[in-house]
Design a protein around this ligand. Structure first.
Ligand code: SAH
Length: 411
């Protein structure tokens, strides 16, 4: 530690007293000492009173990420981080003990008190993302600590890095990925999720390989399909933005008559087909459409296709507040198209993973879409990211994934 200290402007300490973990560059009066990239800094109010400790990101608008509000001990070194990481992992002990699910998020960055670090476990492979300078410069420490800690629960074969994400540029860091420790990867690995098998390509799949944040919602879809089977008839399912067919595997295994997958990624659609096979599901019940959902949904409508259950899980449309208007139009469009395609009594599971779109705004957008479609729609449930992606109450920005379960009226 080089004793660097950061003094805030007058009136800028409120959010820190409320334990929000971010300090923006505009709130800083002066930096005393010369903090290194990712270095530890003590943050003080305008009177010089200690507030919190954080890691310094000289190139980012989010200049400091806070993670300790106690003046002592100084939160640095192996002991401090071992305890912090072990605590986060221990909170997942139920997930780690669940033999039906072998993949889950173990560290969820700010919400687990480790800003910038994501750790996802896929069977015996741990995949890390270092998203900020603070965790990037401590990479070796985190790798060896996690190897030990996670090794206490499962047999860890390797730690892989997937820091190939654009946000690192804001931190002045290059994208990087590859093996950090352990055995070389030989092709995709397989995991179990709620008893179903999935192939995960941690080397080049999206995110760290799989959308773990949708696990709970895929389980919800399963229940909806089962209810259609039991009380109506085996439903047909339209899975838009299907990626590797997560929702489709759940749907078919729950008794859906047929599924249609829509995605722009041919690799993802292909992996989706392999996932059906891995679960001994009838691939003749599944159709893939490789195309842009905005156009595909229109074409399906023109062709007169109608569905009992539709999942709309688009990628992030709004990256910042500035994108909100345009993103809203995009969400409205696909939701309106989906309502047109929904059979009477059918269900739409519609999502937004844009942090900049609030729950409230999302509901308004979906309302606008329903209105324009002329359909009579009810909300029968709300969804969020899975419980291994917790949201610290001090960090509402952590709640990025939101979803509505909508039902079309019978008439
Ligand atoms: N529901 C999936 C995750 C979806 S991620 C799951 O549970 O695993 C979003 C997906 O949308 C990605 O697979 C991406 O390839 C796809 N995508 C992005 N833009 C698209 C577009 N305009 N039309 C269709 N698919 C798109």
């Amino acid at each position: 530690m080089n004793g660097a200290k950061l003094v805030l402007k007058h009136g800028r300490s409120k959010s820190i007293l409320r334990r929000h973990p971010w300090i923006f560059s505009g709130g800083i009066a002066k930096v005393l000492g010369a903090p290194d990239l990712g270095g530890l800094v003590a943050v003080c109010d305008a009177q010089g009173e200690f507030l919190a400790w954080g890691h310094y990101s000289p190139h980012s608008q989010i200049r400091v990420r806070l993670f300790s509000w106690r003046e002592s001990p100084v939160p640095e070194g192996e002991e401090f981080w071992r305890e912090r990481l072990a605590q986060a992992v221990a909170l997942r002990s139920a997930e780690l003990a669940d033999t039906d699910t072998t993949a889950c998020r173990l560290i969820n960055a700010e919400s687990d008190g480790v800003p910038g670090l994501v750790a996802d476990l896929y069977g015996s492979t741990l995949v890390l993302q270092f998203l900020t300078a603070g965790v990037d410069v401590r990479r070796d420490l985190f790798v060896s600590l996690l190897w030990d800690i996670v090794g206490g629960y499962v047999d860890v074969e390797r730690i892989f890095e997937r820091s190939d994400v654009a946000v690192r540029r804001k931190e002045g860091l290059r994208e990087r990925s590859g093996l950090l420790r352990g055995k070389v990867l030989e092709g995709p690995i397989t995991i179990l999720e709620n008893g179903l098998t999935f192939e995960v390509d941690v080397d080049s799949g999206q995110k760290t390989g799989f959308y773990l944040d949708q696990r709970g919602n895929r389980h919800i879809l399963r229940g909806i399909v089962q209810r259609h089977v039991r009380y109506q008839a085996p439903p047909n399912l339209l899975n838009v933005f299907s990626y590797t067919g997560g929702f489709s595997v759940y749907g078919l295994s729950a008794g859906a008559e047929a599924v249609v997958n829509v995605d722009t990624s041919e690799d993802a659609l292909q992996a989706g087909r392999r996932n059906l096979q891995l679960n001994s599901l009838d691939t003749s019940r599944s159709t893939d459409i490789n195309g842009n959902a905005f156009q595909v949904l229109r074409r399906l409508r023109q062709d007169g296709a109608r569905y009992d259950v539709i999942v709309l899980d688009p990628p992030k449309f709004a990256f910042t507040k500035r994108d909100v208007r345009k993103a809203s139009r995009g969400y409205k469009d696909i939701n309106m198209q989906a309502f047109h395609l929904l059979k009477p009594g059918g269900h739409l599971l519609t999502f937004s993973c844009s942090g900049a779109i609030s729950d409230d705004l999302f509901q308004k957008i979906v309302f606008g879409a329903a209105l324009d479609s002329g359909r009579d729609i009810q909300i029968i449930g709300r969804m969020m990211q899975s419980s291994d992606h917790p949201v610290a109450l001090t960090f509402p920005e952590g709640a990025y994934l939101k979803g509505l379960i909508c039902r079309a009226s019978k008439a």
